[in-house]
Every structure is written in structure tokens, then in C-alpha cells.
Design a protein. Structure first.
Lengths: 154, 74
């Protein structure tokens, strides 16, 4: 029957368009985006750079991991004080919170310091500052990753 | 001579990494500047400018404070 059809008929050409699934108009629930951002922030704190890596910010992830790692390694190698939760005063507790900011590197620093801290010389004192700075820097990076996950300009 | 060097090496190992004040200061300034540059700027050229400027300011402020404190150090 198709052979009987007049070839001069101007039938519209059928163009096959790829089938693309349209995104649903329903916006993501507010809480799930917030929870995701929180999870990214916590991941960034636990493993330096992971918060950025989860968002495919590879350069920032590597730099955060390396800089926090260098500071922790230098601080522990200089025999800085790695504070524990059994502090004697508020400054020890603050130091513990700052050191804990390095996430898993905190345990690495404890492992590196086999001879214990020695703040009787300047190197040990510098080491203590390096460790605290590493923790605060990592907390700053985790906060940055959290803000980026929430869609703020980063 | 060899014994002296051996003793010094042993002491250094016991004391950990031995950096003088200026080396520790340079290491700190460099590492923090790089971290701030990458976190604070997105464009690569802006990052380089920020890192260099931040490093320079770290040195300037650190040496400035050290210089201001020098008369009281003895």
C-alpha cells in the first residue's frame, strides 16, 4: 500500500529527537540539602580536604590535605605538645579542641611523637603552634566546604 | 670529630626536626599563604597574586613585630 502513495505529496519529515528525561519541577527538600552540606562539612573536618573532594574541587582538596599534613608533620616532628582530653586547665582544653580540628591527623601526630612533647626549647613551642594552626586551618577549610555545599559563593 | 658529629645527630633525632626561628617562620608563612590563596580565590592568577601578597605581608608583619620587640628582649 505504501507503494501506491503519491511521491509528490509534501508530507512533513519525521525527525527523531532523542528522548531526554526532564528534571522534575519538584525542588529538593530543604532539609536534605542542609543535611548534605552538614555531612560534607563533617567529612572535611574528619579527613582534611575530603569536603572539597566530594564537591569535585580537586585543587582545594589537595592543597588543604597537603598544608594541614605539612603543619601536623612539622609540629609533631618539632616535638610540639599534642593536647589530650585530660587537660589541667582551660588552655589545655582549648589546645585539645584546636588539635582535634586536624581530624584523623590528630592520631597521626600522636603516633609521630614517640618521644613525647618537649616544649623546653623553642622548636617544641613552635611545634605546638603548628599543630594548633593545622587544626584551626582544617576547621576553616571544613567550614568553607560546608558553605560551598550550601550554594554560597566559594 | 666523628664522635662529635654522631652525638649531634643523636641529639637532633631526640629533639626532633630542628628549625631555627626564621626557618619555622618561613615555613609557617608559606604554608598558610598557599592555603589562604586556594581557599580565598578561584582564578589561578588571582591565587598566585594573593599567595605572594599574603606571604609578603606575613614576612613584613612578623619581622616588624620582631624588630619592635628587640629593644625589650635584653
Amino acid at each position: 500500500m505504501a507503494e501506491d502513495a503519491d511521491p509528490n505529496l509534501n508530507l512533513p519529515e519525521v525527525v527523531e529527537e532523542p528522548i531526554v528525561a526532564e528534571p522534575p519541577d519538584v525542588p529538593l527538600p530543604e532539609m536534605s540539602a542542609e543535611k548534605r552540606a552538614m555531612a560534607i562539612g563533617i567529612a572535611g573536618w574528619a579527613v582534611p580536604g575530603l569536603g572539597h573532594a566530594l564537591q569535585k574541587m580537586w585543587g582545594r582538596a589537595i592543597v588543604v590535605f597537603v598544608t594541614v599534613g605539612i603543619l601536623v608533620f612539622a609540629g609533631a616532628s618539632m616535638r610540639g605538645n599534642v593536647f589530650t582530653s585530660h587537660g589541667n586547665d582551660a588552655f589545655d582544653t582549648l589546645g585539645f579542641v584546636a588539635d582535634l580540628g586536624t581530624g584523623i591527623f590528630y592520631f597521626g601526630a600522636q603516633h609521630l611523637e614517640r618521644n613525647g612533647a618537649d616544649v623546653s626549647h623553642a622548636g617544641g613551642d613552635y611545634g605546638t603552634r603548628f599543630l594548633a594552626t593545622a587544626g584551626v586551618l582544617n576547621l576553616l577549610a571544613a567550614l568553607h566546604a560546608y558553605e560551598a555545599a550550601r550554594g554560597r559563593k566559594a | 670529630m666523628r664522635m662529635k658529629r654522631h652525638a649531634a645527630g643523636k641529639r637532633e633525632r631526640a629533639n626532633g626536626m630542628a628549625l631555627n626561628h626564621f626557618q619555622a617562620f618561613l615555613l609557617f608563612a608559606a604554608v598558610i599563604s598557599v592555603a589562604f590563596g586556594f581557599l580565598g580565590r578561584r582564578n589561578p592568577s588571582d591565587r598566585v597574586k594573593y599567595i605572594l601578597w599574603s606571604f609578603f605581608l606575613f614576612l613584613l608583619v612578623g619581622i616588624g613585630i620582631a624588630w619592635a620587640m628587640f629593644p625589650f628582649s635584653r
